[in-house]
Design a protein around this ligand. Structure first.
Ligand SMILES: NC(=O)c1ccc[n+]([C@@H]2O[C@H](COP(=O)([O-])OP(=O)(O)OC[C@H]3O[C@@H](n4cnc5c(N)ncnc54)[C@H](O)[C@@H]3O)[C@@H](O)[C@H]2O)c1
Length: 250
């Protein structure tokens, strides 16, 4: 049985912006999903994001992306809990806690001790070393990066990050699940010396240069945006992208 047989369980650690969105996508794709957080209020908010949030199930029904039956069925597959053991018992666990290497290493150590031997452990880190996280476990071949973009229910990104020890079957399974979620998996290599993989390294380099152009008095922010849209057919310029990424796309 592969993870594509939708009877299997996927766990998500962290019910914040990313964790709740990821859990929603997995449940909509047909996976039994359990999402945990240490904070009861985060769990309540996470459930609200999934149901009544801007990218939640109610809006998806209003916009005819899902039928009300599909939304109800997805919700019935999704459980929120404070119990890490329920998440650790899954076949695949996706970690989405704050971007702090010590916190992530502790959680992976903990999951490694609690989870069945075959459980795959994935991190949604934006750019921390997957190799360092994998080295904290006794199963580095089952540790992989799976970087999502926000909002998870909308964005197609599935940056799958492999380390020298990640097994082919781990990559294949996670890529298949990403595809089943309607995402476009692209497998890239971990590079521990630098924060970020592909999307964030290039994004932040571009933002830094755009800021420098403005600081040098070459152009205003609006001019930079207009030039980049006109020259490269980008949907938004660098400053427009920052606005969209932080305040939502209109
Ligand atoms: N926000 C984004 O746009 C975005 C995009 C891609 C990747 N990421 C990455 O996703 C990860 C999560 O980001 P976020 O924006 O969802 O953060 P967030 O702060 O919204 O959510 C993190 C959640 O983790 C919970 N948490 C903390 N410690 C925990 C523990 N020990 N066990 C269980 N839950 C715990 C917190 O209570 C919180 O609810 C980060 O690594 C971030 O870099 C974020």
């Amino acid at each position: 049985m592969t993870l594509l047989s939708r009877d299997l369980t996927i766990g998500v650690v962290g019910a914040g912006v990313m964790g709740s969105g990821i859990a929603q996508v997995l449940a909509v794709a047909g996976y039994k999903t359990v999402c945990c957080d240490i904070d009861e209020q985060a769990l309540t908010q996470g459930r609200e994001h999934v149901t009544t949030g801007r990218y939640g199930l109610d809006r998806a029904v209003e916009r005819e992306k899902l039928t009300s039956e599909e939304a109800a069925s997805a919700l019935s597959r999704l459980q929120f809990t404070t119990d890490l053991d329920l998440v650790a018992a899954s076949d695949l666990v996706i970690e989405a806690v704050p971007e702090n290497i010590d916190l992530k290493i502790n959680i992976f150590r903990d999951l490694d001790q609690r989870a069945p031997q075959a459980t795959i452990l994935a991190s949604n880190t934006s750019g921390l070393s997957i190799n360092k996280i994998a080295a904290a476990t006794s199963r580095p071949e089952l540790v992989v990066g799976w970087h999502w973009a926000s909002p998870a229910p909308v964005m197609a990104l599935a940056e799958i990050i492999r380390t020298p020890t990640t097994s082919e079957s781990t990559i294949a399974t996670v890529s298949e699940v990403a595809q089943a979620c309607g995402k476009n998996p692209v497998v890239v290599n971990d590079f521990p010396e630098v924060w970020g993989f592909v999307a964030n390294r290039i994004y932040f380099a571009m933002i830094a240069e755009a800021n420098q152009v403005v600081a040098d008095g070459v152009a205003t922010k609006d001019q930079v945006d207009q030039i980049m849209v006109d020259c490269f057919r980008w949907p938004a310029g660098p400053f427009g992208m920052v606005r969209g990424a932080t305040k939502g796309w209109s």
